[in-house]
Design a protein around this ligand. Structure first.
Ligand SMILES: NC(=O)c1ccc[n+]([C@@H]2O[C@H](COP(=O)([O-])OP(=O)(O)OC[C@H]3O[C@@H](n4cnc5c(N)ncnc54)[C@H](O)[C@@H]3O)[C@@H](O)[C@H]2O)c1
Length: 316
């Protein structure tokens, strides 16, 4: 299969590229290297793929580039490219979120109307906001509590619309807090583990009793591969790791895995942060045959190992 992966240099996208190459697909990766975090980090994410003969990389911006050539020969699109991050989406920078997450997605879908490849969109649990029911099912009324969540929901609606009206077989996956090797530097586990390994106190927003349904990146990638094969057009699936854990419990686990308790500095709750998330994954299990395979402890150990390597490489 020839697969176009957008956001190929990012956290989840680069893990997906490696998985596709490992199973023998041909991959065209596209990324604009947005400066939300350093290009050098993203270049490292791509290092193995760039050496692979079945990988082709195109540096391009989905908001401005001519997209038809990118889709040449493509059977499936995994659309990860986005301006991520809840907290930075307030205020002036909303323009970037609207451009990339809404306009970029619309342009890509429009370009797909000619060839109609399988199309998997990276949505987010943030579209739910503070969901009234846990575990949350896909039919819950979406009420995002951040501008980021609003743009991700708009992208999802565009996918459904292009499935209905233009026959592009889109599937949206709502990931719940993804973690693991290559996790973005602004995300909680990355910040916690890096600070702790570098001997600094860990900053925790709120009382640490907020809970998340943490999802290992390998499981999120597996959901994408299954969605290509089995997802029904225009549909939406939750992708959650299956264990709802408090931030304080995660800190305890990091202490155990590193053999040293984590020193914590508390700060106020941040605007746009939800209190609890927990996915119902019945639909993905039934229709995609997907289930989370990596326990939190195991996945966290893999992220710690990766960050140890990153810190050592930066010091060398
Ligand atoms: N990480 C999570 O926990 C999580 C949770 C829910 C949803 N998501 C979604 O998953 C996707 C991947 O997230 P991530 O954490 O890997 O983020 P990331 O920032 O690491 O990766 C996104 C990549 O897209 C690229 N990009 C952005 N705009 C682009 C454009 N206009 N043209 C080309 N490339 C562009 C960026 O340079 C970046 O490398 C995003 O759509 C995000 O909204 C992530």
């Amino acid at each position: 299969m020839q697969v176009l992966v957008t956001g190929a240099a990012g956290f989840i996208g680069s893990n997906a590229v490696d998985a596709l190459l490992a199973r023998g697909d041909r991959v065209r990766g596209v990324d604009a290297f947005l400066d939300y975090y350093p290009r050098a980090v993203k270049e490292r994410n791509l290092r193995a793929a760039r050496a692979h003969p079945a990988f082709e990389f195109v540096e391009a911006d989905l908001v401005t580039a001519e997209l038809a050539p990118l889709l040449d020969g493509v059977d499936a699109v995994l659309h990860f490219a986005a301006q991520a991050g809840v907290r930075a989406s307030w205020g002036r920078d909303f323009r970037i979120y609207a451009d990339v997450n809404v306009l970029g997605t619309q342009r890509l879908l429009e370009a797909c109307t000619a060839r109609r490849p399988r199309f998997v969109y990276s949505s987010s649990s943030s579209i739910y906001g503070d969901a009234p029911d846990l575990p949350t099912v896909e039919t819950t009324l979406p009420r995002p509590v951040s501008p980021y969540g609003v743009t991700k929901l708009a992208g999802e609606h565009l996918c459904r619309l292009y499935a209905q009206s233009a026959g592009v077989p889109t599937v949206s996956l709502r990931y719940f807090t993804v973690y693991g090797p290559r996790q973005r530097p602004d995300m909680a586990f990355h910040r916690f583990v890096r600070s702790h390994l570098e001997g600094r106190a860990v900053t925790v927003y709120d009382d640490g009793l907020q809970t998340r349904d943490f999802t290992y990146v390998g499981d999120a990638v597996a959901a994408n591969l299954l969605a290509i094969e089995r997802g029904s057009a225009g549909s939406v699936y939750n992708v959650g790791g299956g264990s709802r854990v408090s931030v304080n419990d995660v800190l305890g686990m990091i202490g155990e895995l590193t053999g040293r308790p984590v020193e914590v500095r508390r700060e106020e709750r941040q605007r746009g942060d939800v209190r609890d998330t927990h996915a119902s994954t019945e639909l993905a299990r039934a229709e995609l045959g997907w289930r989370p395979a990596t326990a939190l402890r195991e996945g966290l150990a893999a992220e710690i190992e990766w960050l140890r390597g990153e810190i050592a490489a930066a010091r060398a």
